[in-house]
Design a protein around this ligand. Structure first.
Ligand SMILES: NC(=O)c1ccc[n+]([C@@H]2O[C@H](COP(=O)([O-])OP(=O)(O)OC[C@H]3O[C@@H](n4cnc5c(N)ncnc54)[C@H](O)[C@@H]3O)[C@@H](O)[C@H]2O)c1
Length: 248
């Protein structure tokens, strides 16, 4: 049994990841902004999940959460999954939204890595999985902060992989394609309501036109890949980007 920390665990992908790790026999510290939404995970998976209140943008919050876990347990796997979206043309993009997206999706994984690395180095074992996106390697208009942050996550992953290697730590990124979670549904709804698009047109605009499989990816498909890349079947893999996008 391994101990696993998943951020953004109350969200669409996060919940699927919690289920996958628990199903595989692991213990999960499920972290999100509020423990309210995590309570049902504790109920569904009794004695397999602990809900943790954690704001990944806040250094003190990150340090306290990691210290509280690591003072009593070894922490084997960390999944940096928390994320948010905001769409606007660059000239209209609010500066505070730029800062927020960078803080949640780039500074957050940096802070978690910074505070978890000393514990993982000491135990000579660690698996860090950073959730980037197909937007870590491609661009869509009006997503400047998201695309920049997700490209940044790839840089963070590569440096952390180099620094972790001699201590038995692997660091990889999973790049999801379109998954129908609240994060994506909100964008679809905005396009339907504000731009007068039909849902089919919104899907075409959001569910990127160049996807070979022409379908949503499921949260379970992402969770399976996150599990795989942190598992004993992936011990030789570090600093890699695993696109789970249906061929984008
Ligand atoms: N859904 C997709 O199509 C898709 C595609 C590519 C990448 N991703 C990435 O997958 C990850 C999960 O996305 P999702 O679709 O499950 O979104 P979601 O909106 O369902 O869940 C995101 C979770 O992150 C949490 N969160 C936000 N700010 C936080 C903070 N400061 N501290 C801690 N938690 C915070 C939210 O409360 C929420 O529970 C994100 O990093 C997202 O960018 C999603």
């Amino acid at each position: 049994m391994r101990n696993v920390l998943i951020t953004g665990a109350a969200g669409g992908l996060g919940q699927a990841m919690v289920k996958k790790f628990v199903d595989e026999g692991d213990y999960v510290f499920a972290a999100d902004l509020s423990t309210e939404a995590l309570k049902n995970l504790e109920v569904i998976f009794p004695e397999k999940v602990t809900a943790i209140e954690l704001d990944v943008t806040n250094s003190q919050s990150v340090q306290e959460a990691i210290d509280s876990i690591c003072q009593n347990h070894e922490l084997h796997v960390v999944v940096n999954n928390a994320g948010i979206q905001h769409r606007d043309k660059i000239e209209d993009f609010p500066e505070e939204k730029w800062d927020l997206l960078q803080n949640v999706m780039l500074k957050g994984p940096f802070l978690i890595t910074k505070y978890v690395f000393p514990y993982m180095k000491k135990q000579n074992y660690g698996r860090i999985v950073n959730i980037s996106s197909v937007h870590g390697e491609m661009a869509t208009p009006e997503k400047v902060a998201y695309v920049a942050a997700k490209h940044g996550v790839i840089g963070l992953t590569r440096v952390a992989a180099l620094e972790g290697a001699e201590y038995g730590i692997t660091v990889n990124a999973v790049l999801p394609g379109p998954v129908k979670t609240p994060l994506l549904v909100k964008q679809l709804d905005d396009l339907v309501q504000n731009e007068g698009m039909s849902e089919a047109e919104a899907l075409k605009a959001i569910v990127y036109p160049k996807q070979a499989m022409e379908r949503f990816i499921t949260a379970e498909e992402i969770a399976d890949s996150v599990y795989f890349i942190s598992s004993k079947h992936a011990t030789g893999i570090t600093g890699e980007m695993l696109s789970v996008s249906g061929g984008m």
